[in-house]
Design a protein around this ligand. Structure first.
Ligand code: SAM
Length: 325
């Protein structure tokens, strides 16, 4: 674990952000494959985080409002399960959903926020500490798909650790990656922790598809901002006018999202020429959907024991609480 920076009096920041060279290597690797693809973790620069927050407010994007409603409805039951433990949020983003839990708690637990987007992480933690004075807040800028050890912090030793992974971000991982992520989480929580996780349920594609391709075009702007991020950070020359966006539901159980080349063209990155043909796609995200039973099956295979699951009345979204086996 790297050294800690006390960026704010009440926030301890640990910077484990992967170096720019890793970003370059991953992008180059993804752009030179038969099916071009780039990990969704690179979607979240400052503008990307703002666009994602805008997506969360869209009529078509039922996920956020439904998960928020479930968390609000069952907040006191969840707070009781967490007790005075440590809350560890993966992909904390704007740290909005955790407020529902904090509001339901009589004792503020310690909050550990993990996110790959450093500036957004710092800004969100500052807003949180202003709203919840006295909340011990630890920010860790890291890639949560990598195995992680928490820093040694005396106040969290021997406390019940509860991992919080909202937003159905588990769906961005391929099922075998999801199992690996859950196994890593088991190691992090060992010996007695729990997981509170939001998982989007399978449903009609008439509801699913508009959620990822909205009428205002914000989902498209969010995906295309990835190219702006790569141009700025890695000096590539993607011409934004020459790319579009499309997404669809694949009946294997996932939404697939792509940037699509609108012309035959060549993009330069790091002295390498990357050809695109007209109509060629660059995958930006998968979003897997799981029935309650499907998710519990992979959770059990990873070392968790389901304790409770809450859903909304339309069975759009699920929030699972699981303990370690
Ligand atoms: C879909 S947003 C979810 C934000 C919030 N948790 C919610 O439910 O509304 C995903 C967040 O996870 C972060 N993120 C994505 N991939 C990540 C990774 N591999 N490691 C760490 N953070 C990641 C992004 O920066 C972003 O803030």
């Amino acid at each position: 674990m790297t050294s800690m920076l006390n960026v704010e009096p009440d926030i301890k920041l640990y910077d484990l952000h992967p170096p720019l060279d890793d970003f370059r290597a991953e992008v180059l690797n993804g752009l030179t494959r038969l099916q071009k693809s780039i990990s969704p973790k690179f979607l979240y620069d400052k503008r990307g985080a703002e666009l994602f927050d805008a997506i969360c407010t869209l009529d078509e994007y039922y996920l956020t409002r439904t998960e928020v409603a479930i968390l609000r409805t069952y907040a006191s039951a969840i707070a009781e399960l967490i007790g005075d433990g440590v809350l560890i949020e993966f992909g904390s983003g704007s740290s909005q959903k955790v407020r529902i839990l904090l509001d339901a708690m009589s004792h503020l637990p310690t909050y550990v926020a993990l996110d790959i987007s450093k500036q957004h992480l710092q800004d969100s933690c500052r807003n949180l500490v202003n709203a919840y004075p006295g909340l011990e807040t630890i920010a860790i800028c890291t890639d949560y798909t990598q195995p992680l050890q928490l820093p040694v912090i005396p106040s969290i030793q021997n406390k019940h650790h509860v991992a919080f992974f909202p937003g159905s971000s588990i769906g961005n991982l391929q099922p075998e990656e999801a199992v690996q992520f859950l196994k890593n989480t088991v190691s992090l929580l060992h010996p007695n922790g729990s997981l509170l996780i939001g998982v989007d349920l399978k449903k009609s594609k008439d509801i699913l598809e508009p959620a990822y391709d909205d009428a205002k075009g914000i989902s498209a702007a969010f995906a295309l901002n990835l190219l702006v991020h790569i141009n700025r950070e890695l000096g590539a020359d993607f011409n934004l006018d020459q790319f579009g966006y499309r997404s669809f539901y694949n009946p294997v159980g996932r939404i697939e999202m792509y940037i699509i080349s609108l012309a035959d063209q060549v993009v330069r990155l790091n002295g390498i020429e990357i050809p695109f043909w007209k109509g060629e796609t660059l995958r930006t995200e998968y979003s897997y959907k799981y029935s309650i039973e499907e998710f519990q099956t992979i959770a059990i295979a990873s070392g968790f024991k389901p304790r409770t699951v809450w859903t909304d009345s339309q069975q759009l979204f699920s929030v699972h609480y699981l303990d370690l086996c």
